[in-house]
Design a protein around this ligand. Structure first.
Ligand code: MEV
Length: 418
C-alpha cells in the first residue's frame, strides 16, 4: 500500500491527484463526470428530477493500526478535508491511530402492547429463545452462511400512562459486512406474529434501533506535547472539560467529529442519518448529552485522545453496491470488512475533532476557514474560472468576505475584461 503521507497533495492539480491515487481512466470518468446517472438515480429513490453534486476529496496522512489509508470524503464545508489531513499528520508522527470495532451486531426492536402479565410474557419469550433465534436465522440464509445471524434476545419492560404495559423484545443480529437495516427489519417482521402468539400481546413496531450500541467503534491517538505546545494541550483539555459539562458546547464538539464521519459516510454511501442518530443518542446515554471523545494528558504531558461511538456501516448491499462513486471510495479505502470501515471512520472522527480543537485552542478557525469560505462566496457572486481565486484572495486581503463585496468585484472584473 502506498504511503498516504503525500506532500503537496493540496497544491497538486486534479489530474496530478488522480495520478497519485493510481485511478483508472474509467474511475476518473466516473468521479468527474458520470458519478451517478439519472437512470440509476431514478431507481434509487422516488420522483427523481435530477442529481445533486458535492465535492469528493481525499484526506491524506492517515496511519491506522499500522496501515496507510487514503480517506475519501464527500462534503460541502471548506476546511474539513484539510483539518483531517493536518490532524492525521500530527498523530502520524507519534504512531498514528489505533482503532477497532465490535462485531457488527444490530439491534432490532419488536414492541408488544396489551400484555396482561408482563413477567409471564417475558418468561415465555426467554423460554422460546432457541426457536426465536432459529426463526430469525431462517430469514437471512446468506448472512448465516457467512458466519452471521441471530445472536441473542433481550426483553425490556416499560409502563406508560398513555399505552399501559409494553414489552419490547430486542433481537441481536450479526449482519456481517452489511449495514444490516434490511436484514434486521425482515427478521423482526418475521418474528412478530410468533411473538404475538407466544405472549398474547399485540405487535406494534418492528424496526431496528439506530442506537447500535452493540456495534461500537473506537479510536485513539497520542500527540506529542512538543509538537502542539503546552498552551494548545491545555486549551484542548479545557475544551474537553467544557464539552463534558455543557451540552451547548458538546453539540458543537460532536458536530466537529461528525464532519469527518459523515463525509466518509457520504463518500461510501452509508446511511448517515442513522449514524448521526446513533452517535447523538450514544452521547446522551448517561442522561446528559456530552462529548463523544476524551482528551487528557499522559505522564509525559503528551495529549491522549480517544473516541467511541456506534457505527452501523456496511461495505456490501444496498446503495453501497449500487453507487459507482461509493465503489471507488471503498476501493480507495481498501477496507476488507464493515468492522474495518467502522474503525477507520472512528479514526477520522477523532482526527477531525483534534483538528478543530487545535485550531480553536490557538489561532481560531476563522483564519483558515475564511480563505476557503471566500472562494465559495466568490462563486456565489458569479465568479468563474481563474476569477474565483483572484476575487477570493482580494476578499481575504480586504478582510471583507461578504457577498455584496464579491458581487462588486465580479462586476468590476467583468467590466475590466470586456
Ligand atoms: C465546524 O464545522 C466544526 C467546529 O465548530 C467543531 C468544534 O467547534 O469543535 C469547528
Amino acid at each position: 500500500m502506498a504511503s498516504s503521507r503525500i506532500s503537496g497533495f493540496y497544491n497538486a492539480s486534479i489530474p496530478e491527484r488522480h495520478a497519485r491515487l493510481a485511478l483508472s481512466q474509467l474511475e476518473i470518468q466516473t468521479l468527474t463526470r458520470d458519478g451517478l446517472t439519472l437512470e440509476l438515480a431514478d431507481r434509487l429513490i422516488e420522483n427523481v428530477v435530477g442529481i445533486y453534486g458535492l465535492p469528493f476529496g481525499i484526506a491524506t496522512n492517515f496511519h491506522i493500526n499500522g496501515r496507510e489509508y487514503f480517506i475519501p470524503m464527500v462534503i460541502e464545508e471548506p476546511s474539513v478535508v484539510a483539518g483531517a489531513s493536518h490532524a492525521a499528520k500530527l498523530a502520524r508522527d507519534t504512531g498514528g491511530f489505533t482503532a477497532s470495532a465490535d462485531a457488527p451486531v444490530m439491534i432490532g426492536q419488536i414492541q408488544l402492547l396489551d400484555i396482561k402479565n408482563l413477567d409471564a410474557a417475558r418468561e415465555k419469550i426467554l423460554g422460546a429463545r432457541a426457536e426465536i433465534l432459529t426463526l430469525a436465522n431462517s430469514t437471512a440464509k446468506t448472512i448465516v452462511e457467512l458466519g452471521g445471524g441471530a445472536r441473542e434476545i433481550e426483553v425490556r419492560l416499560f409502563r406508560d400512562s398513555r399505552v399501559g404495559a409494553m414489552l419490547v423484545l430486542h433481537l441481536l443480529f450479526d449482519v456481517r459486512d452489511a449495514m444490516g437495516a434490511n436484514a434486521i427489519n425482515t427478521a423482526c417482521e418475521t418474528l412478530a406474529p410468533f411473538i404475538a402468539e407466544l405472549t398474547g400481546g399485540n405487535v406494534n413496531l418492528r424496526i431496528l434501533s439506530n442506537l447500535a450500541d452493540k456495534r461500537l467503534a473506537r479510536a485513539a491517538c497520542r500527540i506529542s506535547r512538543a509538537e502542539l505546545g503546552e498552551e494548545v494541550v491545555s486549551g484542548i483539555i479545557a475544551a474537553q472539560a467544557l464539552a463534558e459539562i455543557d451540552p451547548y458546547r458538546a453539540a458543537t464538539h460532536n458536530k466537529g467529529i461528525m464532519n469527518g464521519i459523515d463525509a466518509v459516510a457520504l463518500a461510501t454511501a452509508q446511511d448517515w442519518r442513522g449514524i448521526e442518530a446513533g452517535a447523538h443518542a450514544y452521547a446522551a446515554r448517561g442522561g446528559q448529552y456530552r462529548a463523544l471523545t476524551n482528551w487528557e494528558r499522559d505522564s509525559n504531558g503528551d495529549l491522549i485522545g480517544s473516541l467511541e461511538l456506534p457505527l452501523a456501516v456496511g461495505i456490501v448491499g444496498g446503495t453501497v453496491a449500487a453507487h459507482p462513486v461509493a465503489q471507488i471510495a471503498l476501493k480507495l479505502l481498501n477496507v476488507q470488512s464493515a468492522q474495518e470501515l467502522a474503525s477507520v471512520m472512528a479514526a477520522v472522527g477523532l482526527a477531525q475533532n483534534l483538528g478543530a480543537l487545535r485550531a480553536l485552542a490557538s489561532e481560531g478557525i476563522q483564519a483558515g476557514h475564511m480563505e476557503l469560505h471566500a472562494r465559495q462566496i466568490a462563486i456565489a457572486a458569479g465568479a468563474a474560472g481563474a476569477q474565483i481565486d483572484r476575487i477570493a484572495e482580494k476578499l481575504v486581503e480586504e478582510k471583507n468576505v461578504r457577498l455584496s463585496r464579491a458581487k462588486e468585484l465580479v462586476t468590476q472584473s467583468v467590466t475590466r475584461d470586456a
